[in-house]
Design a protein around this ligand. Structure first.
Ligand code: AHM
Ligand code: MG
Length: 335
């Protein structure tokens, strides 16, 4: 039984048997993400000291080159997942191609692949605004013991076995699902452990927050323009509140707790929007559905989209079910 003073480590062990493929491998995988996240968190927290300890591109006191935080986070996650030998492949928003692990070793039996956006919203770092890490886990479809192939990574989102994010905010939280609801853990930095602080997270069915970069309004499809006007009309619980951090993880996290909708639609400038289907939309869509919310590209369920390339983009509308349904109605009406 989940209790609020439970650590993430205890929670993983206790819930391992409720996962449909009980090999312990997935638990070990989530454990390594938790570990890498702690290291990245430590670095992100120091970002404000950049004038004192040196900016990216400088050399620090040990003679090491200072890295940009997104490059650092990318390396940390890849290193941790590779060194612990628990995955057979990794794809990252920061890498052009996927990484094959242990392709030389015929004995390696690893079944899982990870897709990761190591530091999402990184333009917010310099101004001390929350950023996040997003991860998505699948079972490979090619035979165990052979090198992974592109098709292992191009699975539909509905095949995910786990997904989650870390939000480096006023506190650091790890929120994840293995297909059995969504649980949130808060890092106690004094002890270095994550504690279950938000068991069984749920999107309220309705909400009063809309999150969209309205600066792009002129470029949006008519359906989105109409929906934004609807959000701003005076009627019932409207006008809604506008809140846009520009960090997907933080906007999503707030909307899941308070009730709201996040939109990154296509525009006349970007025909598929900005967000990446595999690293951003799919994991957030899986979390949303597991938390009783909804995610759509305006017409189609995100998790049913057939990926064709690693860095593919998709329009993304995600949040409280009734709000996403309403936005879809507007999209359909203006089609
Ligand atoms: P990134 O992967 O380059 O950080 O871009 C993703 C981020 C999201 O976190 C955020 O919601 C969005 O880009 C903001 O984009 P914009 O500045 O165009 O509104
Ligand atoms: Mg990103």
């Amino acid at each position: 039984m989940a209790s609020k003073n439970q650590t993430l480590g205890e929670f993983i062990i206790e819930n391992q048997s409720s996962f449909k493929y009980t090999s312990g491998e997935l638990s070990r995988l989530i454990n390594s993400i938790r570990l890498a996240a702690k290291v990245v968190n430590h670095e992100v927290n120091k970002a404000g000291l950049v004038d004192i300890i040196g900016a990216a591109g400088d050399t620090n006191i040990q003679g090491e080159d200072q890295q940009k935080l997104d490059v650092y986070a990318n390396e940390k996650f890849i290193q941790t997942l590779t060194n612990r030998n628990i995955v057979c492949g990794i794809a990252s928003e920061e890498e052009d191609d996927f990484i094959t692990i242990n392709s030389q070793d015929e004995n390696h039996q690893n079944k899982y692949i990870v897709l990761i956006d190591p530091l999402d919203g990184s333009s917010n770092i310099d101004v001390n605004v929350s950023v996040g890490t997003i991860f998505s886990i699948y079972r490979r479809i090619t035979p165990v013991g052979t090198p992974v192939q592109l098709k292992d990574f191009l699975q539909k989102g509905n095949q995910q076995v786990a997904a989650g994010y870390i939000v480096y905010g006023t506190s650091t939280m790890l929120v994840y699902t293995t297909g059995d609801g969504v649980n949130g853990f808060t890092l106690n930095p004094a002890i270095g452990s994550y504690y279950l602080s938000h068991p069984n997270m749920q999107f309220p069915k309705d909400g009063t927050i809309y999150s969209v970069n309205e600066g792009n309004y002129i470029h949006f499809p008519q359906g989105i323009k109409n929906y934004i006007k609807y959000c701003q009309e005076e009627e019932g619980n409207r006008p809604y509140t506008s809140r846009y951090i520009g960090s997907l993880v933080s906007d999503f996290h707030r909307n899941m707790i308070k009730g709201g909708i996040y939109m990154y639609p296509k525009s006349s400038k970007n025909s598929n929007g900005k967000l990446r289907l595999l690293y951003e939309c799919n994991p957030m869509a899986f979390l949303a559905e597991q938390a009783n919310g909804k995610a759509s590209d305006g017409f189609t369920r995100i998790l049913d989209i057939e990926p064709t390339e690693l860095h593919q983009r998709a329009p993304f509308i995600c949040g409280s079910k009734n709000m996403v349904n309403k936005a879809e109605e507007f999209m359909l009406a203006a089609k």
